[in-house]
Design a protein around this ligand. Structure first.
Ligand SMILES: Cc1ncc(COP(=O)(O)O)c(C=O)c1O
Length: 450
């Protein structure tokens, strides 16, 4: 049986690698060319004893698999929370796989850990966290929220027989999932307003009747996925401080706006939180998957999260700690490095401009909706989520339009619900989205019955 050397590049591999780089640059240069997606009913090549070679395997990925994906970086992908990596971030991310950096420990990662920590510090400064703060990068907001709640429980030694996590109505579904994993109950405070915000009064109402010892954490949302709302962080922080409760802020989507002088005021109070998350794979322009989880007191978080084993003594760092100690992970990709490389490459001003451009486009969309006789704003836009109604449409009409929009290449725009009513939701976090894109979508939406 002929043996194949899978671990050294052959001349054919080198040719395939150059082709791959050309493809990657062309893909990044033409994000508008990615819609509509190809028919996903493709025939995938099967595994075989001999294999088909690197070039053919890459062709299968580039030519067969990738074209069927709906690209979140298309300027009219306005559903869910999309993502648009910068060129430097995408290239740095590609390089990470070949460099094979173990990002879990200082012993192995050295400067990679320093670079990730500098990036964490940049985010901590944006939130106004003290010098004791620290954090790491995990796979996503769900893992970030879970890690923060586990740290909260560890730090507080919550001892009530019934342990609860308290959120507002706009909290992300990952928090319900985290409480299920932790065996805690989720208590949802009543909404303070149409956006479902949490404030001091609604939090106080939700706390009534709960043993404070059993409150693992209060979670405020800084940028609700469904409508962009930012909870009253200052009011909530005040209640938490009075009662010595752990405050976690979920800024998975909205946290990026901490960098914008124009939007920073919405987050007043975040500096008093015990932990917060922000997902660079959303509005900080990284490829999937990357969320930052930050703790006000990194030592307390380490205490709750560090893994111990005889064979790990070699990497343990009791003084400075390791990235592995700060979340539910051990082996980890240094997934914060592409953010470090991207901020280094373009500078912090470029981030502010990109974030504020998205806000401008969201405000423009709101204006156009208000001016259209066929459309109606459902809520005042918050951050960059715009929720609207197409007059006369029901749920099947929205679904039909959304499906047609995707397949014609108009865009990826999906319905949601507000107060039980099916409505449409646009999320603007792509700096390549223009006013013309907004006009195209809204004109199509307004033009005729679905
Ligand atoms: C506010 C908020 N929190 C948490 C999450 C979960 O993040 P992830 O999808 O990265 O797990 C999301 C994702 O959309 C989100 O918008």
């Amino acid at each position: 049986m002929a043996s194949v050397n899978m671990h050294e590049p052959s001349p054919q591999d080198a040719a395939a690698a150059h082709e791959l780089l050309d493809w990657a640059l062309a893909r990044l240069a033409d994000r508008r060319g990615t819609l509509p997606p190809a028919d996903p009913h493709v025939t995938l090549p099967a595994f075989s004893a001999q294999g088909i070679g690197t070039a053919a395997a890459l062709h299968a990925l580039l030519g067969t698999v990738f074209p069927t994906a709906v690209p979140p970086d298309h300027p009219r992908f306005l559903a869910f929370i999309p993502g648009t990596p910068t060129v430097a971030a995408a290239l740095a991310d590609m390089s990470l796989s070949a460099a094979m950096v173990f990002g879990g420990s200082r012993l192995e990662g050295a400067a990679a850990v320093d670079a990730e920590e500098a990036t964490v510090r940049w985010l901590a400064d944006a939130a106004g966290f003290p010098a004791t703060a620290g954090g790491t990068f995990v796979s996503g907001g769900s893992m970030g929220n879970l890690s923060a709640l586990v740290a909260a429980r560890g730090a507080r030694y919550a001892s009530g027989r019934r342990q609860v996590v308290i959120t507002g109505t706009s909290a992300h579904s990952s928090l319900a999932a985290a409480t299920r994993v932790m065996g805690c109950d989720l208590v949802v405070a009543p909404p303070a307003d149409d956006h479902g915000r949490l404030d001091a009064a609604t939090l106080t109402a939700a706390l009534e009747g709960h043993d404070p010892e059993g409150v693992v954490a209060v979670v405020a949302t800084a940028g609700a996925t469904n409508n962009g709302a930012v909870d009253d962080l200052a009011g909530v922080a005040g209640v938490c401080a009075d009662r010595r409760l752990w405050l976690h802020v979920d800024g998975a989507y909205g946290g990026a706006a901490l960098l914008s002088p124009r939007l920073r005021g919405l987050f007043a109070g975040i500096e008093r939180a015990d932990s917060f998350i922000v997902n660079p794979h959303k509005w900080l322009y990284l490829p999937f998957d990357c969320a930052a989880v930050l703790y006000r007191d990194a030592r307390a978080a380490r205490h709750a999260l560090v893994q111990q084993a005889d064979y790990l003594d070699a990497i343990a760092d009791d003084e400075a700690g390791n990235p592995s100690d700060l979340a539910l992970h051990l082996t980890r990709r240094a997934r914060g490095l592409p953010l470090w490389a991207s901020v280094l490459a373009y500078g912090t001003d470029a981030y502010v401009q990109a974030i504020e451009h998205c806000h401008d486009v969201a405000l423009y969309a709101a204006e156009r909706i208000t001016a259209s006789p066929a459309l109606e704003l459902v809520l005042e836009p918050s951050l960059t989520v715009v929720v609207l109604r197409r007059l006369g449409w029901d749920a099947p009409a929205y679904a039909a339009w959304s499906d047609a929009a995707l397949h014609s290449g108009l865009g990826m725009i999906t319905p949601t619900r507000h107060d039980g009513e099916t409505v449409l939701r646009l999320c603007f976090i792509n700096p390549l989205t223009t006013r013309d894109d907004v006009d195209m979508v809204l004109e199509d939406l307004a033009k005729d019955p679905a």
